[in-house]
Write a protein that binds this ligand. Structure first.
Ligand code: UN1
Length: 505
């Protein structure tokens, strides 16, 4: 591991309002499109830094919980404004650090702006209910209460948007935060944190802390720390399961957003041109590295051949490369491990007898010398009719999608539902009846009907999945329920001791 140096590339943790270097090693963040480029070096923190950050957040909590909610919201409004001003710079940094193209990075920053504004707006609502009592001269009301220190653990695929999904509502509700960003995108995380500080959080040291490092070394001590009340995690099912078990044994609240194996159904009445474009975007946008990505395309057998032909043509024509360059549609995978995982799955596909329609391998040096220093993989289409095959059941998180035929709508829905996950589904159809049946019968937290595939969720609606995708929580509209607890308050002004369920019978 690298040792700290005086390099301007060296970054720090944020603890109690101070930028603190770590006691130990550092790790690098490199451009996945061109690994010679070091984006920055970041503290490889551990239990010590995690614990310091939790204690700072704990100390800041009593004051922060009493700051009026609209005043907390004002910081988020300001952060949105600052992000608008810095949009180009943030976009550029994101493409360099994460690899997606400039349009998509800009969309990620926009999603964070939208979320900060949406959640800030909630600060002027923050409603509870007031209601009557069964007893005279008594009424009742509810109020959202903060919970204390929230540990927020975020992935690299939406390096600013997803941190905003968690940090904005956690802070609005009056919690203080320890943020552990993905080790693949620490520079984007720091940029977002600096914006929040500039927006006014700098006046409240300890309210937002950030600790860089790896999951087992930072995430795990945070999850297990007795002063952390609440954990919110987006990432792999494997890690989510560990977090669930650790939180359950300590009676902590936790929200998990994990894998997907999302299906787009293409019906025989679909406009095929539109279906091809929508499926291409759902499968290969963000290099397939969205938990909402369409990794399964279930196509009505009447249009299977024609759809497949056109879809493969479109996929083979994908402009792959460094996302900073104009016109590039698909960038690299995030890191070597991700690339190796896809290569492993290609072997599994071969072993399962899957027919490869295009892609299936990384670019060779002679084919694309310009991509030799990045983690690029050819956009891949498989013909994999058996929906129980591993490649149709397990999340790969890369530019790979499988086409499978369906006899009719019922068959398509059965195939779509036949996976352990339930994040997003889509049906491309012009038939209202097909659409209504799909809305009713597809087992997922999100369903798209009409002309779009499985990606493209907007911040003001609930985001989350069924089955093994999550544990029942919803981000976006629903996030306040994650980051607060309801308190029920009874007010008795009768001047008497009244007994509910007894004195009024
Ligand atoms: C994710 O991949 O974890 O709906 C989030 C979408 C984006 C969010 C994806 N707005 O595809």
């Amino acid at each position: 591991m690298l040792q700290p140096s005086k390099s301007p590339l060296r970054h720090s943790n944020l603890i109690n309002g101070e930028w603190m270097s770590a006691a130990g090693d550092y790790f690098e963040s490199r451009n996945p499109a061109h690994t010679d480029e070091v984006i920055g070096i970041f503290p490889r923190s551990g239990t010590y830094e995690s614990s310091d950050a939790v204690l700072a957040a704990k100390a800041a909590y009593p004051k922060w919980r009493l700051v009026p909610v609209p005043a907390r919201a004002a910081i988020l409004f300001k952060a949105a404004e600052l992000m608008r001003t810095d949009k180009e710079q943030l976009t550029n940094l994101m493409t360099r650090e994460m690899g997606k193209n400039l349009d998509e990075s800009k969309g990620d920053v926009q999603e964070a702006i939208d979320m900060c504004e949406f959640i800030a707006g909630e600060g002027r609502r923050f409603y509870g209910v007031t209601t009557t009592s069964e007893l005279p001269n008594k009424h009742a009301e509810t109020r959202r209460m903060p919970m204390g220190v929230a540990a927020l653990i975020t992935p690299w695929n939406f390096p600013i948007a997803i941190p905003s999904w968690k940090i904005a509502p956690a802070l609005l509700c009056g919690n203080t935060v320890v943020f552990k960003p993905a080790e693949d995108t620490p520079a984007c995380a720091e940029a977002f944190v600096r914006i929040l500080l500039e927006a006014g959080l700098d006046k409240y040291p300890g309210v937002l802390n950030m600790v860089h490092g790896y999951g087992p070394e930072v995430g795990e001590p945070l999850v297990n720390h007795p002063d952390v009340a609440l954990v919110s995690f987006t990432g792999s099912s494997e890690v989510g399961k560990m977090i669930a078990m650790q939180c359950a044994s300590k009676f902590k609240k936790y929200s998990l957003e994990m894998g997907g194996k999302n299906a787009t159904i293409v019906m025989d009445d679909a406009d095929l041109e539109l279906a091809v474009n929508a499926c291409w975007w759902g499968a290969f946008g963000t290099c397939g590295q969205r938990c909402t990505a369409s990794s399964r395309l279930i196509v009505h057998e009447k249009v299977l051949d024609e759809f497949t032909k056109r879809f493969v043509e479109r996929t083979a024509a994908t402009r792959v490369g460094n996302g900073l360059e104009p016109g590039i549609e698909v960038g690299p995978l995030i890191n070597k491990r991700a690339l190796e995982k896809i290569i492993r799955y290609m072997q599994i596909a071969r072993d399962e007898g899957v027919h490869l329609l295009c892609g299936g391998e990384p670019y060779s040096r002679s084919e694309r010398p310009d991509l030799a220093k990045g983690y690029f993989f050819k956009p891949t289409v498989l013909s994999a009719p058996d929906s129980k095959m591993r490649i149709n059941q397990e999340e790969m998180f890369g530019p790979v999608t499988a086409i499978m035929p369906a006899k009719d709508l019922e068959d398509a829905i059965r195939i779509a539902n036949g996976v352990p996950y339930g994040l997003s589904t889509a049906i491309i159809t012009q038939n209202i009846r097909n659409g209504e049946i799909a809305k009713r019968d597809l087992e997922s937290g999100i369903t798209y009907v009409g002309s779009c595939s499985t990606t493209g969720a907007e911040v003001h609606l609930p985001f989350g999945g069924t089955k093994q995708t999550g544990n029942g929580h919803r981000e976006g509209l629903g996030a306040l329920d994650i980051f607060s607890e309801q308190k029920t308050i009874y007010v008795d002004f009768s001047g008497k001791m009244q007994r509910a369920q007894i004195d009024n019978q």
